[in-house]
Design a binder for this molecule. Structure first.
Ligand SMILES: [Fe+2]
Length: 302
């Protein structure tokens, strides 16, 4: 029977092992995948960078050499991307599942295997990295299942002591997002933390990179990797989603937030009073809220 999803990406380990040892906070690495990932490695446009460039209908994200990170990138046609790649710039192909039903099936199988919320944004990204190049040290707010297709890539991974459960990505040496800055526990390091661990990915290796985990990479030879990337909807996200749909049922909550920045102090006061009345209603309603109702609203029936 054709395997698809999590069990195929972590073979011969079981999903139970993965959930116990890694998910969602620790990395997990598997080498020498073969048979189980054949449906992926046989996809025609994943045979080489040239095959992908020839099949690609969109622009390609090119990472500029100043930072070697997606925080400094430009869009290029596949033709120009090929030239920039030979000038040692890394390429990112975003939403690759849009040109492959197979990848779409894997994405939904994985999402289901992981038990992620319906509001999760899942996509496939292909990274093409020139020999000797890689990404600057950073962490992501997403999780990644990285499948090495061609070439070898060195990864360095380190736990994050500066912030727990980040909702934004951050690259060392780049500006800090204001929301992220509001809740960091300790200053961001100036370089990759010392307790980094080195992992070498070869064709058939798969690495699970948790949200917030520091990582940097370097390719040895031209490297091509397929990522399954998933956003990580939080309790904040689920609650505010449910809250929004609940409040939107009321015409009073749907009213224009009128006068909140008015020059007329009287109008500003009236606006405040209106919101206070709405909040008082909400406070009365909240004690009756149950997790099952919230999840019923965001996840629906299964
Ligand atoms: Fe990353």
């Amino acid at each position: 029977m054709k395997q698809i999803g999590l069990s195929a990406l972590i073979a011969p380990h079981s999903a139970e092992e993965f959930f116990k040892q890694a998910w969602p906070k620790r990395p997990f690495v598997v080498h020498d995948l073969g048979q189980s990932i054949l449906p992926l490695t046989q996809i025609s446009f994943l045979q080489s960078l040239n095959a992908l460039l020839n099949a690609w209908p969109n622009t390609v994200e090119v990472h500029l050499p100043d930072v070697s990170d997606e925080s400094s990138a430009v869009d290029a046609t596949p033709q120009n991307a090929r030239k920039l790649f030979s000038n040692k710039m890394a390429l990112l192909f975003n939403n690759v599942q849009n040109i492959s039903d197979e990848l779409q099936n894997w994405l939904s199988a994985l999402r289901h295997d992981l038990g992620l919320p319906h509001s999760t944004y899942g996509r496939c990204i292909v990274y093409a990295t020139p020999d000797g190049k890689g990404t600057a040290p950073h962490f992501d707010q997403n999780i990644n299942f990285v499948l090495q297709l061609h070439g070898t890539k060195k990864w360095w991974l380190a736990p994050n002591e500066s912030v727990e459960n980040p909702t934004q990505r951050f690259t060392i040496g780049q500006p800090l997002d204001p929301e992220l800055a509001s809740y960091v526990d300790a200053p961001m390091p100036k370089q990759m933390p010392k307790d980094r661990r080195e992992i070498i990915l070869k064709p058939g290796s798969m690495l699970f990179v948790p949200r917030g985990f520091w990582h940097s990479t370097e390719a040895n030879g031209e490297a091509l990797a397929l990522n399954f990337t998933f956003s990580q909807p939080t309790w904040v996200d689920l609650f505010t989603l449910a809250l929004r749909s609940r409040l939107s049922l009321s015409p009073d909550w749907r009213e224009l937030a009128d006068g909140v920045t008015s020059r007329d102090e009287q109008r500003r006061l009236i606006a405040q009073q209106k919101l206070d009345i709405l909040l008082a209603d909400l406070v009365e309603d909240l004690p009756h809220w149950r997790a099952a109702d919230i999840l019923g609203a965001t996840e629906g029936d299964r």
